[in-house]
Design a binder for this molecule. Structure first.
Ligand SMILES: [Mn+2]
Length: 291
């Protein structure tokens, strides 16, 4: 087997893809990127590498809807599950594509190759899929995502070290981290100032809840949506100059589309992100502190 290089997304699902591809291909190089950084990373990689020198170049869990022209090349294999990308699968001519509306890209790869896994490893795949689809059927999937984001440096390697043999529960380090995060989140919800107001989206007034954050956006937004009975949570990370959106489950607006419209972002229907810009700042000016 020749050389393989993989580009994967920076989140838990992207790590799950590497976990499965290791069962399928054993040896490869990989790099972690994001939907936003992909174009630049892929072009930079090509300054030093030629696709034809590789047996294949695999790209997984990245919504390439705006980059199809760049990646539709012989020798490239693409796995993805983002609906906006799947919708455009007919635009590919040369690349081999596995574009399916699965709960996660990890599941897309699993279904395509069905690698031999132990029961613990199958459970890991289920948890990643449960988390990425935000079905949250299993109590361990959310904590698993938190453990993943708690890693510093090379998260994928650390994740593979801890869970390469599958999910056998959390170790003491994971448990300590999770309880400290829980404490921090609780304190944040109790003490932080939140802002609320109405924003017209798709012709209707939507109730927004907003705050500044630096950690745990998924959980904090969920708590806020419930507590303040709002449609959309808009969380702003000033340090990271980024914005995070999450909607309540039965709200009919796609956060991916909203993020794209407001701040050149993207993601999923339930949650999405983008960069902090003037549009977002102007929206926050309309919001008032919750009393
Ligand atoms: Mn994914």
């Amino acid at each position: 087997m020749g050389k393989i290089h993989i580009f994967t997304d920076a989140d838990l699902d992207g790590a799950g893809c590497i976990f499965l591809l290791k069962k399928i291909y054993k040896n490869f190089t990989y790099q972690v990127t994001t939907e936003k950084k992909f174009r630049e990373d892929f072009l930079n990689w090509q300054l030093k590498n030629k696709i034809s020198d590789f047996d294949k170049v695999i790209i997984c869990d990245l919504n390439l809807k705006d980059n199809i022209d760049m990646v539709d090349r012989t020798g490239i294999e693409i796995y993805d599950h983002h609906s906006e990308h799947v919708e455009k699968r007919d635009q590919y001519n040369k690349a081999i594509t596995y574009l399916e509306e699965d709960g996660s890209c990890t599941m897309t790869i699993y279904k395509e190759h069905e690698p031999e896994l132990t029961n613990y490893q199958k459970l890991l795949v289920k948890l990643i899929n449960d988390y990425d689809s935000y079905t949250l059927e299993y109590p361990y999937s959310k904590p698993l995502d938190k453990v993943f984001w708690s890693y510093t440096g090379n998260r994928v390697e650390k994740f593979l070290n801890d869970f390469g043999e599958g999910f056998k529960g959390f170790n003491q380090y994971h448990k300590n981290m999770l309880s400290s995060l829980e404490r921090k989140t609780k304190e944040f919800i109790e003490n932080e100032t939140f802002y609320t107001g109405k924003l017209k989206v798709s012709g209707e007034d939507r109730f927004i809840i907003s705050c500044f954050i630096q950690f745990n956006p998924n959980e904090i937004s969920e708590i806020l949506l419930k507590k303040y009975k709002c449609d959309i949570a808009l969380l702003i990370n000033l340090k990271g100059k980024s914005v995070y959106f999450r909607k309540r489950k039965d709200c009919d607006i796609s956060m991916a589309k909203l993020a794209e419209k407001l701040c050149d972002g993207g993601g999923h229907d339930d949650a999405a992100g983008g960069s902090l810009n003037d549009t977002i700042i102007n929206i926050t000016k309309l919001l008032k502190p919750v009393e």
